[in-house]
Design a protein around this ligand. Structure first.
Ligand SMILES: C[S@@+](CC[C@H](N)C(=O)[O-])C[C@H]1O[C@@H](n2cnc3c(N)ncnc32)[C@H](O)[C@@H]1O
Length: 290
């Protein structure tokens, strides 16, 4: 399964790791305080989720924000958007939440929060100006910032700044990958993998592991109050370790064709050792208040 892809299967495989990692970061960031501050009176908090995939960001964030919310989820992949009702229905059942569907979208109800959820198919590169930033109090995204370029990020921040909305970006990779036990080849594969992450994903040269530092510096320069917390993955299960090994070695082979022998040997050894290994992948969650 491709670690750098956006398939529903990969997003489902990573979601439990994301949830655990985000819980750790959320303990250090006052997300509910931010929501209370941004809310206009008794009206629902208006949230725009960029690159929503199958809605994992809402599932992690809505219960933490509390009270009434209205979400607009945006992605350009029609298959991921089509999966939203089914994924939210399964999640609501598992969590004991109420879910109602109507012609407009979904209504979700938890113990101390409820959310109207709509979605929109849009390309964040060509249609950024079509998005309804003006109505929003929170603009958020998960696992997006490392895919975008510095110039796209500046364009986004400029649009959000005009509306005085808060921003919350979860799960941006920061380039750290650590294996236990460590073996020869780990560092060269990490370097090739992180170089591969900088390839253009449609937004210009991708920020990759530089995304958290770059975003935080740019937001501070715009006058935002910025808080960050680590949302690292700790991976111990063989299936997820294997997905990481496959994804990292494919990227490394594409990035460094002259290191084929070393990368193939690394993949073979790591593949045989998944029951005796674990890895950390560094991520950062970033909250910016106007
Ligand atoms: C790594 S996934 C993250 C999905 C989701 N936020 C999550 O945390 O599971 C990146 C998402 O970006 C979306 N994406 C990539 N390029 C896009 C574009 N140009 N416009 C809109 N969405 C895009 C993909 O379809 C995918 O859903």
């Amino acid at each position: 399964m491709a670690v750098s892809g956006f398939s529903a299967e990969w997003l489902a495989l990573r979601e439990p790791y994301d949830l655990t990692a985000r819980a750790e970061a959320a303990a250090a960031l006052d997300l509910r305080g931010m929501a209370t501050r941004m809310r206009r009176g008794a009206r629902p908090l208006e949230v725009l989720d960029l690159a929503c995939g199958t809605g994992a960001n809402l599932r992690a964030l809505a219960p933490r924000l509390g009270d009434a919310q209205r979400w607009l989820l945006v992605d350009n992949d029609p298959q991921l958007l089509a999966a939203l009702p089914g994924v939210f229905a399964a999640w609501s059942r598992a969590q004991g939440f109420v879910l109602r569907a109507d012609a407009e979208g979904l209504h979700l109800e938890g113990p101390d929060w409820h959310a109207d959820v709509r979605w929109l198919r849009a390309d964040l590169v060509s249609a950024l100006d079509d998005l309804p930033f003006a109505n929003m109090q929170l603009v958020t995204a998960a696992a997006l910032l490392d895919l975008v370029s510095a110039s796209w990020l500046d364009a986004l921040f400029e649009r959000v700044r005009r509306t005085n909305a808060a921003m919350f970006f979860a799960l941006s990779v920061d380039g750290r990958v650590q294996w236990d036990p460590a073996v020869e080849g780990d560092e060269i594969v990490r370097q090739l993998f992180t170089a591969h992450q900088r390839r253009d994903k449609g937004f210009g040269v991708a920020l990759g592991g530089q995304a958290p530092a770059m975003a935080s510096a740019r937001l501070a320069a715009l006058g935002y109050g910025v808080a960050q917390a680590c949302s690292n993955w700790l991976i111990e299960e063989p299936a997820m370790l294997q997905a990481m090994i496959d994804g990292m070695s494919s990227a490394a082979l594409e990035q460094g064709p002259d290191t084929q022998a070393l990368v193939r040997a690394w993949r073979a050894w790591r593949g045989m050792s998944t029951t005796r290994s674990r890895m950390h992948v560094g991520h950062v969650d970033l909250l910016a208040l106007p």
